[in-house]
Write a protein that binds this ligand. Structure first.
Ligand SMILES: Cc1cc2nc3c(=O)[nH]c(=O)nc-3n(C[C@H](O)[C@H](O)[C@H](O)COP(=O)(O)OP(=O)(O)OC[C@H]3O[C@@H](n4cnc5c(N)ncnc54)[C@H](O)[C@@H]3O)c2cc1C
Length: 415
């Protein structure tokens, strides 16, 4: 997309959606000013430096899946693909008190329906009832009702309790960050269909550096090389401040509503991360360990993921869709007890603990409809609706790219 007589575009918000929009616009020859309220770029994918442990720490570890095609293309465009480490095919290592460790594995070369059935069949102590329920589920993935919840779909499928606990609830919480009772069935069906659909898609990956270096810095470097002006600590409070030809709003939905004076509630869900640093090495069964029937659902060996040699060992416990009102210290104590239960041994005293609860970690999938915007303003706001991807890095990249395309299209129409 070559653009002569470059027009000025303001991008409001320097998270992944804003950075992507700015990149695609600058590549097309627009003069871009990016405004970010915080002192650093990255939004929810930011990292901060913790002096005490001498380490860059992510707000929370982020997982990628092979089906994040737009994100992978973006990473390729900014020479950052080497910052993601991939599994060869989807394997979730799980643990519960009764059965110990076992794997949820996809057979990636099988068609999606059979891959799901096979994954259920290979779970320990699952009888024919799980296989039959998964068959019914696989056959009803298309044409889900817009308003149906995952729980209603599972009830309709007569999914056995064990299949829900070992597979469906884990996937629903992990990918949608919402309990099955309210999560949208149509979006969940889409997640299942895309994540299990091919060898390329059915795998998980994680960043081998803190997000600020693995993901944010490579995009920001490219933006600088394209002449994008980035203003940090600049909170846009009113659209009238911006005298640009076009404006892209890449804000969280609640901040977009505040900016536009829209009085509408945005439903969000929290994620709690408990970062733990230990002086002695603690051998975990896997770098990413799922735990069932516990408060903490995932345990990440962050040091191993980042191939950190020496120094303190950094573990992180993740509580998805955290709705508990337990005090911080109670949750920390519970998390430590649960790790001890899984490892079957006492843990040493952590050298440092950091508790981060991101209250608005994800916007929930709701059919809220679009917002009326002035004709020169374009939305890159995360507002997933039924059947769309849930709020993820991938949706942010797609939203940023879509807004950049619309700016370009409207410019072409008007010239
Ligand atoms: C703990 C946690 C774990 C997660 N795990 C995963 C995961 O494993 N995989 C995955 O795919 N996704 C995950 N996500 C979700 C993912 O991080 C988000 O969906 C994505 O980063 C959203 O990007 P965004 O650019 O739309 O919004 P944000 O990242 O929220 O960016 C918006 C930016 O706008 C700025 N801003 C707000 N108001 C103004 C204003 N008035 N003027 C200027 N700037 C303003 C904010 O400071 C912010 O930087 C996780 C999120 C969290 C919090």
């Amino acid at each position: 997309m070559e653009q002569s007589n470059a027009k000025r575009v303001a991008v409001v918000g320097g998270g992944i959606a804003g950075l992507t929009a700015a990149l695609r616009l600058a590549e097309s020859g627009y003069q871009v000013d990016l405004f970010e309220a915080a002192p650093a770029l990255g939004g929810r994918t930011k990292s901060f430096y913790d002096e005490e442990v001498d380490e860059w720490v992510d707000n929370g570890p982020h997982v990628m899946v092979g089906a994040y095609h737009a994100t992978l293309k973006l990473l390729g465009d900014v020479n950052a693909l080497q910052h993601v480490r991939w599994q060869s095919s989807l394997t979730l290592s799980l643990w519960d008190k009764e059965r110990g460790l076992f794997d949820l594995k996809a057979v990636s070369w099988l068609p999606v329906n059979i891959a799901l059935i096979w994954a259920a069949y290979r779970l320990p102590e699952h009888g024919l009832s799980s296989v039959k329920a998964m068959l019914r589920l696989a056959m009803t993935m298309v044409n889900r009702d817009e308003e149906q919840t995952v729980q209603q779909w599972m009830d309709e499928m007569k999914a056995p309790k064990r299949l829900i606990e070992d597979m469906l609830e884990v996937l629903c919480l992990g990918v949608m960050n919402e309990p099955m009772q309210t999560a949208n069935a149509k979006t969940f069906a889409r997640v299942l269909a895309t994540s299990f659909s091919s060898h390329k898609n059915a795998k998980m990956g994680w960043f081998n550096k803190p997000l600020s270096q693995a993901l944010v810095a490579p995009i920001a470097d490219k933006l600088r090389s394209l002449g994008v002006n980035m203003e940090l600590r600049h909170s846009v409070r009113n659209l009238g401040e911006l005298n640009h030809d076009a404006v892209v709003l890449a804000l969280p939905a609640f901040a977009r509503n505040r900016l536009l004076g829209i009085n509408e509630e945005v439903e969000t869900q929290a994620i709690t991360n408990i970062h733990l640093w230990f002086e002695e090495r603690i051998a975990l069964p896997n770098m990413m360990q799922g735990m069932l029937g516990t408060y903490g659902q995932w345990l990440f060996d962050v040091s191993a993921m980042m191939k950190k040699q020496g120094g303190l060992q950094h573990l992180c416990v993740i509580i998805s869709a955290d709705e508990s009102d337990l005090p911080q210290q109670t949750l920390i104590d519970l998390a430590l007890k649960e790790i001890e239960m899984m490892l079957g041994k006492k843990l040493p005293e952590p050298k440092k603990v950091r508790f981060i609860r991101e209250k608005r970690a994800t916007v929930l999938v709701r059919n809220t409809g679009s917002v009326d915007l002035p004709s020169h303003v374009f939305d890159a706001v995360e507002a997933p609706s039924s059947g769309q991807l849930p709020a993820t890095i991938e949706l942010a990249v797609i939203s940023g790219e879509k807004a950049a395309r619309l700016v370009h299209l409207s410019h072409k129409i008007n010239t």
